[in-house]
Design a protein around this ligand. Structure first.
Ligand code: ADP
Length: 297
């Protein structure tokens, strides 16, 4: 019997980390990635050497694989749409990914499905006319003093690249100007008590599996450590898991997501961000959570 093949768009460490489980399941991985030095090239049965948003190259990937998945969210959904329409099996589906790739659209979607998120708004003009700055300050003053605020690039951010804590009006103006080519959003600064994260997966038959909630610690916006399971009251644990299940079920997604959250000082849980893929807060599951891993497969 020929082995099943999963095509992975992206060949970084997250694709590399899929190798062990893929092998156990008797699956070969084929990766699409721009450099032979990328980590997953070593474990791939074959490599399509191309940038991850090169949809023509993805056509070649598709011709060799049974199903296509993603290692990161820096993808070009529009370019992949014709492949989906011709019946290519993307997991997660492009429809499930569509509301999540742009941080502003993601926030709008989370709010729409009733999940708790920090206050946020898109920035209309990066040249930040003074009148817009005043509007921004007014909007955020409704709940708190307007600063600090958090300015985020709507796409292609990771490890805090593209996330800026803004402490005053001058910095807001200067940073918007410096980033004038990028679509941006602003949100309230959440003086969280702790950051939490959870990995949640949904199967093709709709079964949802949620890994233990972890506490994460970010320094300069980069994750330094995670404690699994997080030492949190059971009602917070249940709330995080409710959020994870609700999201996966609303999207009817097949795949695994990393969900990052803030726990506020008054015990509220807010969703910070959804990573529509595996995530650094879930690396520990490679060596732990064996029972759950088996159940997931
Ligand atoms: P990235 O997508 O680059 O990981 P995030 O939006 O997750 O960026 O932000 C990285 C880190 O910055 C978070 O883990 C958190 O520590 C801090 N951060 C982000 N947004 C806020 C916010 N609204 N309030 C307080 N801290 C924040």
């Amino acid at each position: 019997m020929t082995k099943k093949r999963v095509g992975v768009i992206g060949g970084g460490q997250l694709a590399w980390m899929m190798a062990e489980s893929a092998q156990k399941l008797g699956i070969d991985l084929v990766v699409q990635t721009p450099s032979l030095n990328d980590p997953a090239v070593k474990i791939a049965a074959e490599t399509i050497l191309a940038s991850i948003d090169d949809a023509i190259a993805t056509t070649r990937l598709v011709s060799q694989c049974d199903v296509i998945t993603f290692e990161n969210e820096f993808i070009n959904l529009e370019a992949l749409q014709p492949l989906a329409e011709s019946g290519v099996c993307f997991r997660p589906s492009l429809n499930a990914l569509a509301p999540l790739l742009d941080k502003y659209h993601q926030r709008c979607y989370l709010k729409e499905i009733g999940l708790p998120v920090p206050n946020f708004m898109a920035i209309e003009s990066n040249n930040s006319e003074i009148s817009e700055i005043i509007e921004i300050e007014k909007y955020f003053s409704l709940t708190n003093p307007p600063y600090p605020l958090v300015l985020k690039a709507r796409r292609h951010g990771y490890d805090g690249q593209g996330t800026f804590i803004i402490r005053d009006r001058n910095t807001l103006e200067a940073t918007c100007k410096r980033l004038e080519r990028l679509p941006l959003m602003l949100e309230e600064f959440v003086p969280f008590e702790r950051e939490l994260a959870v990995m949640a997966a949904r199967s093709a038959t709709g079964e949802v599996v949620i890994y233990p909630v972890v506490e994460t610690y970010q320094k300069e916006q980069v994750c330094r450590w995670a404690i699994a399971p997080a030492e949190i009251p059971s009602e917070i644990d249940s709330e995080v898991k409710r959020i994870a299940r609700h999201l996966l079920e609303q999207l009817q997604v097949v795949g695994i997501f990393g969900i990052e959250l803030f726990l506020t000082q008054d015990g509220k849980v807010l969703v910070n961000e959804i990573a529509p893929r595996t995530h650094n807060s879930g690396h520990y599951t490679l060596d732990a959570s064996k029972f759950l891993s088996l159940k997931c497969s």
